[in-house]
Design a protein around this ligand. Structure first.
Ligand code: SAH
Length: 214
């Protein structure tokens, strides 16, 4: 890249995040620091900071920066929290969570994406990330409960195992919708053992495929 990526990131954070109401300092700082262009193939590197999702192979996408910002802010991550992410994809969202000090457990179902993301975590020396190749709609029962759960693919319903693996006081953020490719962003909070759901607006994600997905 000819232009200093740090300057481009600062502009991305200002124009795409802050201007639209993302104001969690930890989210903004993570997205200012993390080199998003290493999460896409080289031919797309110049578009990595554009206001749109980009293909990452296997017909999957890395989410638009604004969507990553909103989802991460909604999750309200604090340092040392145990966070489960479903849909590792490129590993960009995972890296944002790890940068915020979370212990991240991330699950991906497509082999080539899983291995590419795992290599990126090693290259970045992100040792707080644990990766699993599996159907993430089943969660990660051996490591439950989780303080936070983030699903970055859209399914027809909130997978019941994920609600079960959410800690008391925990938050789960997931796109849900019975129209494929169009969902509502849903926040589930567990309070006194009960799951409370709020709907946060329309989003567009690739399919959550699996036992409790499509
Ligand atoms: N967070 C990613 C976005 C990836 S797109 C990023 O920052 O790049 C969504 C990803 O979810 C895809 O890689 C897709 O393969 C994965 N996925 C879909 N269903 C899944 C499932 N049941 N378990 C794990 N991963 C799943």
């Amino acid at each position: 890249m000819r232009v200093d990526p740090k300057r481009i990131r600062e502009r991305m954070v200002r124009d795409q995040l802050e201007a639209r109401g993302v104001d969690d300092p930890a989210v903004l700082s993570a997205m200012r620091e993390i080199p998003r262009h290493v999460f896409v193939e080289e031919a797309l590197a110049s578009k990595a900071y554009s206001d749109c999702p980009l293909p990452i192979g296997e017909r999957q996408t890395i989410s638009q920066p604004y969507v990553v910002g909103v989802m991460t802010q909604t999750l309200a991550v604090q340092p040392d929290m145990k966070v489960l992410e479903i849909g590792t994809g490129s590993g960009y969202q995972t890296t944002v969570l790890a940068h915020m000090g979370a212990d991240v457990y991330t699950v991906e179902r497509i082999k080539s994406l899983f291995f590419a993301a795992r290599q990126r975590f090693l290259d970045m020396r992100l040792f707080s990330v644990r990766c699993k190749l599996d159907d993430g709609t089943m969660g990660w029962p051996e490591e439950a409960p989780f303080d936070r759960i983030l699903v970055t693919a859209g399914g027809p319903e909130v997978p019941e195992p994920l609600v079960g693996q959410l800690a008391e006081g925990g938050r789960l953020v997931i796109p849900v919708g019975t129209d494929r490719g169009r969902q509502t962003l849903v926040l589930v909070e567990k309070i006194n053992g009960e799951a409370h759901r709020s709907d946060l607006g329309e989003v567009r994600f690739v399919d959550l495929v699996g036992r409790h997905g499509w």
